[in-house]
Design a protein around this ligand. Structure first.
Ligand SMILES: C[S@@+](CC[C@H](N)C(=O)[O-])C[C@H]1O[C@@H](n2cnc3c(N)ncnc32)[C@H](O)[C@@H]1O
Length: 205
């Protein structure tokens, strides 16, 4: 068996054992174990949340006095009393208003694990993924508090460096992470963006 497949099977097995809906959950857990982003009572917005593995972890980490809003094209089975799901497209023009109407104040943390349906055409998939994630970045000034953090998946490819340059202007520091649970063969990386610097959305483009 290839190492890649063995790794997939390993995380699938422990996800099942620990009751997580996705093996992707371990990528977030590994990031959080090292950088301690999630805390009790936080407000979190999670983009591309289905089937809900990240939200299961976030829900526990923020506790009953916290609130998490998940957004996905797909429906998600209920997670807990501190989690609400918005079935919506991030490309929807009214997405930021829909999100803001659900939050009592701006989020402490925004996460994004957005992935398009991969076509296998490398350049196209990278462009689509960066495009989706750019939508999240566009609305950050409306939904993330000053000093808040973001964790975002990105596919590495030609548009990545331009994207990184842009995101670095919006945060005090940005760390590129390849969590052990992410397959080495996969082009995905995670950006841990700490301490959001508020600028109007026009300045961030
Ligand atoms: C890798 S999965 C997320 C897994 C999730 N983090 C978990 O642990 O369960 C990526 C998600 O992005 C969602 N997605 C893709 N395009 C989207 C869009 N335009 N708007 C909202 N969600 C989208 C997909 O439906 C898919 O559920």
């Amino acid at each position: 068996m290839k190492l890649d497949q063995a790794k997939k099977d390993y995380y699938r097995r422990i996800a099942k054992k620990e009751g997580y809906r996705s093996r992707a959950t371990f990528k977030l857990i590994q990031i959080d174990k090292k950088y301690h982003i999630f805390k009790k009572k936080q407000i979190v917005v999670d983009f591309g949340c289905a089937p809900g593995g990240w939200l299961q972890y976030i829900s526990r980490a923020i506790g009953n006095e916290g609130f998490a809003l998940g957004i996905d094209l797909k429906r998600v089975e209920p997670i807990g009393s501190n989690v609400e799901i918005l079935v919506a497209d991030v490309n929807d023009e009214s997405i930021k208003d829909k999100i803001m109407s659900k939050l009592r104040k701006k989020a402490d943390v925004v996460t994004s694990d957005l992935s398009p349906n991969v076509s296998g055409i490398w350049e196209l998939d990278v462009a689509k993924q960066i495009d989706l994630t750019s939508k999240v970045v566009e609305i950050l000034p409306f939904i993330l508090k000053e000093g808040g953090h973001a964790i975002m998946k990105v596919f590495q490819g030609a548009p990545f460096s331009e994207f990184l340059k842009k995101i670095k202007k919006n945060f005090k520091d940005v760390i590129i992470i390849k969590p052990p649970a992410s397959r080495p063969e996969s082009s995905e990386m995670y950006l841990l963006c700490r301490e959001f610097i508020f600028q109007s959305s026009k300045d961030t483009t």
